[in-house]
Design a binder for this molecule. Structure first.
Ligand code: HEM
Length: 123
């Protein structure tokens, strides 16, 4: 998929304000999932929210510059399993659906995230 397509996903959803709404839904789902909550133990709230925003931004191809750690460096100490990665992506898909994004677009977003799995899953 080209950058142009990804940018239009971001725009299609409604830009930063709409993304903030998706982040709230996503945040509730991830922390409300007993299988995922432990990964976020000890992570401060600001950092977590930043995670969610960047996660969504990355998923939708936001052009906002990213100056954080690489995906591998950010996650290697967490021993994230394949299953946990899958659940996070599922929660994102559900959150986008609740925000009114159509199935086809959600599928494209999920495909965009999949290549990151090899850097994030270490358990
Ligand atoms: C495609 C999937 C993902 C993306 C794009 C993503 C993105 C990010 C980003 C950008 C950061 C911040 C890095 C920094 O500030 O240096 C981060 C941190 C973090 N991520 Fe993810 N993430 C993903 C999947 C996951 C999964 C599956 C989990 C757990 C099940 C997870 C748990 C965390 C935690 C706990 C932190 C904070 C680590 C710390 O500050 O010690 N992430 N992630």
């Amino acid at each position: 998929m080209t950058d142009t397509t990804q940018q239009s996903l971001f725009g299609q959803l409604g830009g930063e304000d709409a993304v903030a709404a998706v982040v709230d839904i996503f945040y509730d789902k991830v922390l409300g999932d007993p299988d995922l909550k432990p990964y976020f133990a000890g992570v401060d709230l600001d950092r977590l929210k930043q995670h969610q925003r960047r996660f969504i931004g990355q998923a939708l191809g936001s052009t906002r510059p990213y100056s954080g750690r690489s995906m591998r460096k950010a996650h290697e100490h967490l021993a994230i399993t394949d299953a946990a990665f899958g659940r996070v992506v599922e929660h994102l898909a559900a959150s986008l659906g609740e925000a009114g994004v159509d199935e086809e677009t959600i599928g494209i977003v999920a495909e965009t995230l999949l290549p990151l799995k090899q850097d994030i899953v270490t358990a």
